[in-house]
Design a protein around this ligand. Structure first.
Ligand code: PMP
Length: 374
């Protein structure tokens, strides 16, 4: 083989906004207890593995053909699934699907953001909102949540009036804090956006299925708020992160807009088949949600006894602190085989609600780390 000529990243015609950046992603380390990416710890049952495999085999028989470009059957299944949360009949035309909700978020920025346009978010929140905005040349404006990580209707309204954004990102339950938004905050955002221009309010509900009783989904607000978009994923509650399926519910006009920016045949025949099979087994898959919530509530109960603060969680993870040096705590937990997430801001860590034995290991390791630190 002939040696390749050397070439550095800085010698490429990289866009200025990408210079100096590092790729997004949590470390994928092979340790005994992985509680860092908010995955569902329950693998599919043998029966479901078999059904998913058969669906993929059947899909393979027509692998010479492109997939259904508009994923009509999958969107119909997702619409049916959303109907119980919505309290009204959701239609296929109001649903869109893509490779993970990250791709949905990217398509929203491609359609409604771009040069000369502003997107705002309320941090700490899911950092991909900012990164996807930047990657689509949309200007990002970060507002800060209150010290207890809540967000008020007044703050959201004032921020919208100040910045007049094309897109507002609200995350409920919020990653990394677990905080769910009251519906008044979402309707206030939609009203403020309608008052200042033609923008879109995106509610990222990746963790919606884990919310506590009495917290409504933003899907219920869609009919009265045509500028609202609710994004969801099969990666968390459905325990299907590996299949890469995200979706949204919105006014059909929003779905029409996304069809302008999606790549043709973006959702493979295999993805569509596997997702539909998973949805046909929704009851079985979603039965893991209660077990995950029980571990989350256990973490929430236990951590104050260790002298730690935490944010109330409606998600499958808990945000806890405050540490003088959270990177040191992260490292010491890792030394004990427990991987959690340090997503900032300083002093806080996030742990995913895993299997009971994993949470045993996490709590034991954390107690030891705290004792050692004294
Ligand atoms: N939104 C939020 C708030 C998330 O935490 C995640 C995953 N970490 C996503 C969206 C993207 O998930 P996916 O692309 O797997 O649907």
């Amino acid at each position: 083989d002939r040696p390749w000529q050397p070439l550095g990243l800085d010698e490429l015609p990289l866009r200025d906004s990408l210079r100096g950046m590092s790729p997004y992603g949590a470390p994928q380390l092979d340790v005994p207890v992985r509680l860092n990416t908010n995955e569902n710890p329950h693998p599919p049952s043998i029966g479901l593995v078999d059904a998913l495999g058969k669906a993929a085999t059947l899909a393979a028989t027509e692998a010479n053909r492109y997939p259904d470009r508009d994923a009509e059957a999958l969107r119909a299944d997702l619409a049916y699934y959303l109907t119980s949360d919505a309290g009204f009949g959701v239609h296929t035309a109001q649903v869109w699907a893509a490779n993970g909700s990250n791709e949905i978020l990217q398509q929203l920025c491609q359609a409604f953001g771009g040069p000369g346009r502003i997107a705002i978010g309320f941090e700490p929140s899911y950092s991909m909102h900012r990164l996807i905005a930047l990657a689509t040349a949309t200007e990002w404006v970060a507002e800060q949540r209150a010290d207890d990580f809540t967000l008020s209707a007044e703050q959201v309204t004032a921020a919208i009036e100040r910045h007049r954004p094309a897109l507002v990102f609200l995350c409920s339950p919020n990653n990394p804090t677990g905080t769910a938004l009251p519906p008044e905050v979402i309707t206030a955002a939609a009203a403020a956006m309608a008052a200042v221009g033609s923008g879109i309010v995106v509610v990222d509900e990746a963790y919606a299925e884990f919310r506590r009783a009495g917290v409504p989904s933003a899907v219920t607000l869609l009919p009265a708020n045509p500028r609202l978009v609710v994004t969801r994923t099969m990666s968390k509650a459905f325990a299907l992160a590996g299949a890469r399926v995200g979706y949204l519910a919105a006014h059909p006009a929003v779905v029409d807009a996304l069809a302008l920016v999606r790549l043709p045949y973006h959702l493979s025949t295999f993805t569509q088949a596997v997702a539909r099979t998973a949805l046909a087994h929704a009851d079985e898959l979603l039965s893991t949600v209660e077990a995950v919530k029980a571990q989350r509530d256990r973490i929430v109960r236990e951590l104050p006894g260790l002298g730690l603060a935490l944010a109330p969680s409606d998600a499958n993870f808990v945000y806890f602190g405050r540490f003088a040096d959270e990177q040191d705590v992260w490292r010491r937990l890792l030394e004990r085989g427990v991987l959690v997430r340090d997503v900032g801001p300083d002093g806080w860590l996030r742990v995913t609600a895993g299997l009971p034995g994993e949470i045993d290991a996490f709590l034991a390791a954390l107690s030891q780390v705290l004792v050692d630190a004294r």
